[in-house]
Ligand binder design. Structure first.
Ligand SMILES: [Zn+2]
Ligand SMILES: [Zn+2]
Length: 231
């Protein structure tokens, strides 16, 4: 935990303009991304939690989110819980047009992913609905993926497309109801380990849809997921 905070605290931030907190704007006496007050609002992942999707386990020790046949992705890596500092930072990125906060979040997530000591070949991101893209002007997952890619020295590649076709509930098959998102791969890979980036993982449905498209359409060998926060 302290390592995580150190990654965005005083010691490792080297940006010459990092003299004010990226969240509250408070002046910082040392080079850093966030001030101590904001860092104190960081909420860690729950304990005990699912080793695969990081959800808080039920009292009987089972995961409330992992489907019986398992998620199509290997593992979820998350900085912390979707609360406090991380929730505010994601809100700023998504709804206040503040893309500056993606840099510290990418740095922080890189520290988190790096500790897993796993090799990835390429980084991609979850597509968002076209309407959100038009309103926001950018995909926050893409912005995060590009910042993470910079710190991990990996290529960020657009691999997925999303169509939000409306499926009438009565007409959709059981399988379609489980997978309401129409996500397709836009290009093929050769047996690569893909790191899929998104801002938040809630039920895992979007990440599962993306992972399926990457495995089945794009020919990826494995998919792991990196998110800023686990809801
Ligand atoms: Zn602050
Ligand atoms: Zn799980």
């Amino acid at each position: 935990m302290q390592q995580l905070v150190d990654a965005v605290g005083c010691t490792m931030a080297k940006r010459p303009d990092a003299r004010s907190c990226r969240l509250c704007g408070r002046y910082l006496p040392q080079l850093a991304f966030f001030c101590e007050t904001c860092l104190q609002r960081f909420v860690s992942l729950p304990q005990p939690r699912c080793a695969r999707c990081q959800a808080s386990l039920l009292p009987n020790g089972r995961c409330p989110d992992c489907p019986p046949d398992g998620f199509p992705f290997d593992q979820v890596m998350a900085i912390g819980a979707y609360a406090g500092l991380l929730r505010e930072a994601i809100y700023r990125l998504k709804f206040s047009g503040d893309r500056n906060v993606a840099d510290p979040l990418g740095r922080w997530l890189a520290a988190c992913v790096g500790r897993q000591r796993r090799a990835f070949d390429v980084i991609t991101w979850a597509p968002i609905p076209a309407q959100h893209l038009m309103q926001r002007g950018y995909n926050q997952a893409e912005v995060l993926a590009c910042n993470l890619a910079r710190y991990l020295w990996l290529p960020p590649v657009s691999l997925l497309n999303r169509e939000d076709a409306y499926l009438p509930h009565a007409l959709s098959s059981r399988k379609q109801r489980r997978k309401p998102l129409l996500i397709a791969a836009t290009r093929r890979l050769k047996q690569r380990h893909v790191l899929l980036v998104d801002d938040v993982l809630t039920t895992g449905a979007t990440a599962a849809g993306c992972a399926q498209a990457l495995l089945l359409d794009a020919g990826a060998a494995r998919v792991s997921v990196a998110v800023i926060a686990r809801a």
